[in-house]
Design a protein around this ligand. Sequence first.
Ligand code: AKB
Length: 315
Amino acid sequence: MRKIMVTGAFGQIGSELVPALRKKYGNENVVAIGHKSKPSEKLMEGPCDSVEVTDKKAFEGKIKEHGIDTLYHLVSILSASGEKNPGLAWNVNMNGLYNALEIGRELPLERIIMPSSIAAFGPETPRDNTPNETIQRPTTMYGVTKVAGELLGNYYFKKFGLDVRGLRFPGIISSEALPGGGTTDYAVEIYYEALKKKSYTCFLKPDTYLPMMYMPDALKAIMDLAQAPISKLKHHCDFNVNAMSFSPKEQAESIKKHIPEFMIDYKPDFRQAIADSWPKSLDDSTARREWGWKPKYDLASMTKDMLEKLAEKIK
Ligand code: AKB
C-alpha cells in the first residue's frame, strides 16, 4: 500500500487529485499538504497538514512524520503570478523542488511525480504540434523554473536512480477549485461568468489558441504516468500531453450553444504576451507510446459537463 503526500493540495489540481488518490488508496493513505489557505471540507475527509516546501528540515519532518513513500509535488507559482513576483516563483518552484528531490534521494522516497507545463516552451519553439523534444527557451520565470525542473528531475533519475516522473500540463479546466495566477485561468472563469452574468471580458485576444485539458483527463494523465512500469519509460520528467486546443472565441461559441444570450468582449493585458510565447498544440505521441496516454474530453463535451457541474454548484 502506498503512503502518498500531495503538496499544493489545496490548489486547482490538488483539490481534485487528492480525492481521486484517496478513492484508489484509501483516505488515510493520502496526506494533503497546503500552505496558507484552508483545506476544503472534501479535503478534510482525510489527513491534511501544512508546510513551507522551501524549508527543507520542516518538509522532511512532515514526510517522515506521515511515513510517506510517494510524493506528488504540485506546489507552484504559476505564470502570471510569477511575472509579478519572479523571486517568489524561483524560490517556491526551484528551491521547493530541489528540497523534494534531495529528500527523495536521501530517505529515499519510492517515487516523485512533478508536473511541468506548456510554459516550459518559448517564442522560438515551433508552435503547432510542438514536438516532445524541441527548442524550449521560455521567457517567463515560471517557464524557466519548469525547464530547470524537468532537467533537474531527469538528472536525479540518471545520477541517483530516483524514480521521478513529470508531464507538461496544458491549461487545466475544472469545476472544483479555481486556478490562481495563471495565463489560462480565463478558460475556467468564462464558465462561471457565463452562468452568473451571461457575459465575460477576456484578458486574451479572441484568436489566441492554447492547448487545454479537462480535469478528469488531467487526473487520469498524472495517475497513469505515476503507475506506468518504469521499464517502459525512456523519458521521465518531460512528457507532452495534449487534449484539445481552442481560442477564447471558439470557447465562447461552445458556451453559446447552451446559453444563447452569452456575450464576450476582449481586453488583452500582460498575459497576452505570455500566451503568445506558448505552443498552440502539442505532439504527445511520446506519452501515447510510452505509457498509453489518451484523452477523453473535447471542447464540446467539456463545456456541457462544466456548465452542468457549475450550475449545480453556484445555484
Ligand atoms: C498557467 O497558465 O500558468 C498554467 C500553466 C499553463 O501551466 N495554467
